[in-house]
Design a protein around this ligand. Structure first.
Ligand code: PMP
Length: 444
């Protein structure tokens, strides 16, 4: 099948009749707990376009939540998936082994920050990778406490939902929550009470105090941080914060885990977002962009930590599935050979100035932030910093009706985030921004 035409086309109102028909069936057949951002059903996708069953061509500013960085149908990824599926779809790596698993591990050991000896274990989902990073850190340190940040998102499984900050919809009613998870303030510059310039020092001081006086540093197995907080609102930590936490962790024998599931693999204009801060984590979790849309996740880190768990302690039936590994090898090749790190920076250069034009005294756009192709606007009541979630929702919906897929995020539901495929053609990106900027201006 050829790549969809790289053009926005509104064939019907969105959602169109075919999508609406399917929506009725979906409501009858699916659990209500499964949400949806845009009520269309997809027929095909690729590059910067998603084609729905009514033949609407929608500009993709979501990438399936930062997954399809190389596009949803990169020919190389599709080819390697087909080739692998013809050879074999599964053996379970824990039963009989195959090269793809080792090849992906070697690639991650090479690409992740730090010159130390590294090892990798593969899993299927981001949450599973985070859980396994904690298992590894606990065995390696003989400690149990886990420190996470305000506004954090680490997943929906039992342990990771406890590590996630936001209650509704992620935790409400799902308790009891896993124990030994402690939260410290996120250095959220835009909302830091004493001002952005004090966020790094004061948030780090709070972490130090909570860890040393309340938890006890010798009880802490891991500090886990997203180097740019994703679901929490694309919060970029102020310069110096991550480095201070990294140093503190080293000083106290705590494993510093960077959750790069959303930020990793070129998205932010560096292979890993930690690199912007010159920080080398002990363990890094990856997923999302890793396998071009196939379910694959990884923990990569210091060999001595990774080897702490005895054989049999890590794994899973589908962990490092061979088809997902083939897709990952293709996606990683594309990321490197098409220099998608530079491409993410070029996207920032193109998008940021357009978004910054929306910020002015009394504007509904309180802040533009993010890095590379991970950019967002935070919407507020004019002249205040009070969150405006209804406005964010209305803007996103207007974009959807106009054939541009945007996502909302943030603890307060007031952040519109842009996560385009890194391969999106620039004319599509410009057109999507026209639609977004119009929606902001007309709904403000
Ligand atoms: N960590 C981060 C930083 C994420 O953004 C996500 C997913 N949004 C996860 C963990 C969980 O990944 P998954 O949904 O694949 O379990």
């Amino acid at each position: 099948m050829s790549m969809p035409q790289q053009r926005r086309i509104l064939a019907t109102a969105i959602p169109g009749p075919r999508s609406r028909e399917r929506q009725t069936r979906r409501q009858a057949e699916l659990a209500d707990g499964l949400g949806t951002t845009m009520p269309v059903f997809v027929d095909r996708a690729g590059g910067g376009i998603i084609v729905d069953v009514d033949d609407n061509h929608i500009i993709d500013l979501a990438s399936g939540i930062a997954v399809t960085s190389v596009g949803a149908a990169h020919p190389e990824v599709a080819h390697r998936i087909a080739e692998q599926a013809e050879r074999f779809t599964h053996t379970c790596f824990l039963v009989t082994q195959y090269d793809g698993f080792v090849d992906v591990a070697a690639a991650l050991n090479r690409l992740t920050p730090g010159e130390h000896a590294k090892k990798t274990a593969l899993f299927s989902t981001g949450a599973e990778a985070v859980e396994n990073a904690i298992k590894i850190a606990r065995v390696a340190t003989g400690r149990s406490a886990v420190v996470v940040l305000g506004h954090a998102y680490h997943g929906r499984t039992s342990l990771t939902m406890a590590m996630t900050a936001k209650n509704v919809p992620y935790k409400q009613g799902f308790g009891p929550l896993a124990p030994e998870v402690y939260r410290v303030p996120s250095p959220y510059p835009y909302r830091w009470p004493s001002g952005p310039e004090r966020a790094a020092d004061e948030a780090f001081a709070a972490l130090r105090e909570i860890v040393t006086t309340q938890i006890g540093a010798t009880n802490v197995a891991a500090i886990v941080a997203e180097p740019i907080q994703g679901e929490g609102g694309f919060i970029v930590p102020p310069p110096g914060y991550l480095a201070a936490v990294r140093e503190f962790a080293t000083e106290h024998g705590i494993v510093f885990v960077a959750d790069e599931i959303q930020t990793g693999l070129a998205r932010t204009g560096a292979m890993f977002a930690c690199e912007h801060e010159g920080v080398v984590p002990d363990l890094i979790t990856t997923a999302k962009a890793l396998a071009g849309g196939m379910p694959l996740a990884a923990v990569t880190g210091r060999a001595e930590l990774m080897d702490a768990v005895p054989a049999g302690g890590l794994g899973g039936t589908y962990a490092g599935n061979p088809v997902a590994c083939a897709a990952a090898l293709a996606a990683l090749d594309v990321i490197e050979s098409e220099d998608l790190v530079a491409r993410a920076r070029a996207i920032e250069d193109r998008v940021r100035p357009r978004l910054e034009q929306l910020v002015a005294p009394g504007s509904v756009v309180g802040e533009v932030r993010g890095r590379g192709a991970m950019l967002a606007i935070e919407l507020v009541k004019p002249g205040t910093t009070e969150p405006a979630p209804e406005l964010a929702k209305a803007i996103a919906e207007r974009c959807h009706q106009e054939g541009v897929l945007t996502l909302v995020c943030g603890t307060f539901g007031n952040v519109i985030r842009l996560l385009p495929p890194l391969v999106i053609p620039f004319d599509l990106l410009d057109e999507a921004l026209d639609v977004l900027v119009d929606a902001v201006r007309s709904l403000a």
